[in-house]
Design a binder for this molecule. Sequence first.
Ligand code: LIP
Length: 264
Amino acid sequence: MPHISNDNILNVAVEAALAASDYIMEALDRPRIENHKGATDLVTETDLGSERIIKAIIRSSYKDHSILAEETGKEVNNSDYLWIIDPLDGTTNFVHGYPSFGVSIGVYYKNEPLVSAVLEMPTLRLYTAVQGLGAFCEGDPIETAKTTKLKDSLLVTGFGYEHGDNWNKNMKLFKHFTDITHGVRRLGAAAIDICHVACGKADVYWEYDIKPWDIAAGILIAKEAGCIVSDLSGNDTDISTDNLLIANKFLHDEMIVQIRNHLN
Ligand code: LIP
């Protein structure tokens, strides 16, 4: 049993997400200068500044916890607690001012998701979850949609920065699922996409080549909202995976069958 109250941890995660979002929203009105981590993998001063703010707030309460953050990497301490941070998920959207980006903070205890906070911007909607206590948006309980047939569903996916085999596979799946559903959205911020499935705005999220900081917080929010979380072959998974499927219990198995049949 964790020796620190989950409420305390949630309060610190929310405080950090809110402080970072104030900084990011201020930066939205300033010129957004991007640098490149790869051909299309962008990073801005705002990503770095947001990460500094989040880590400082965590450290002011938990000096000995471990942290894995997108921009500054891993700080390993002798702790059962690991904070996994995406300081600005959807950086490309932010650079262009496209309205889908956010802050994602997931806290793991002994490698199990314990507490999550995702702050969607520019709407400033806060998604939270605590293991075993449900998922919430702006403090109201959320649950995934009850869509039972793919033909009636709306899906969301993403594409990594490497245009390799998985990218080509996902282009095939994008076309296939566009043909057999109400449509597929590619919005560019995994943490936000997953929260949209958790609250029923979309029915399924899947992606290849995803990073732990993109999904760490979303996985718990989705599970507590009643979603099934697996890899794209249907196996139980965790943040070490690089491919993820999140769907409600009616559509999950059908997605696995469609993916398998369409890629083989
Ligand atoms: C983004 C993910 C998105 C993925 C992008 C990118 P970033 O994260 O949230 O799902 O499709 O390629 O990885 O880089 O904006 O934090």
